[in-house]
Design a binder for this molecule. Structure first.
Ligand code: FES
Length: 176
């Protein structure tokens, strides 16, 4: 059976054919972009005692030395729990802070950059500002940023859920 595209078919005009080609190109481009984005957010398979390994954008585990080679004060973005983009913080002594900040605005879920000059996480969507510990400085964000535990074991970075009292609010975490 010949299932090739009938280019000479009177039902498929030149304009329709060009539209088809354009659509196929857009779909292929979008598919490639979605694959790359999705791969970054796919939860890592490996777990160690309930924790997951911090991974890079390609899904490879990130050695702790790669993070600690950055300047103190760096906020390094990695794939964390359930693939959530998570900021790891390089402390003044070039170790990784034991608290990570999830890059997910509590207003409507945008991701946001760290502004080292203002020492704030600044959400570009509606202007929410967060202190270095993820507390809200200015809304509309209603809640502090989600935090996670971070531990370095044998040069691997382990990320695990934060389920105890939120040190910023001294209350049960809103995400638990
Ligand atoms: S999603 Fe961040 S301020 Fe609205």
């Amino acid at each position: 059976m010949d299932d090739s595209l009938p280019l000479e078919s009177p039902s498929l005009s030149r304009r329709q054919f060009l539209n088809f080609l354009t659509g196929a190109t857009v779909a292929a481009t979008a598919g490639s972009a979605l694959y790359a984005t999705g791969k970054f957010f796919i939860p890592p398979a490996e777990t160690t005692g309930g924790a997951i390994l911090a991974k890079d954008i390609l899904g490879n585990p990130i050695p702790a030395t790669q993070i600690t080679a950055e300047a103190p004060g760096t906020r390094a973005l990695v794939a964390g729990l359930a693939g959530e983009p998570t900021y790891l913080i390089v402390k003044d002594d070039n170790t990784v802070d034991t608290v990570g900040i999830v890059d997910n605005c509590t207003h409507l879920g945008c991701t946001f950059p760290w502004n080292p000059t203002d020492q704030q996480f600044q959400c570009p969507c509606h202007g929410s500002l967060y202190a270095p510990d993820g507390s809200v400085v200015r809304g509309p964000a209603p809640l502090p940023l989600k935090i996670v535990h971070v531990a370095v074991v044998n040069n691997s970075i382990l990320i695990s859920p934060w389920t105890e009292t939120d040190p910023r609010t001294r209350e049960k975490p809103w995400w638990v």
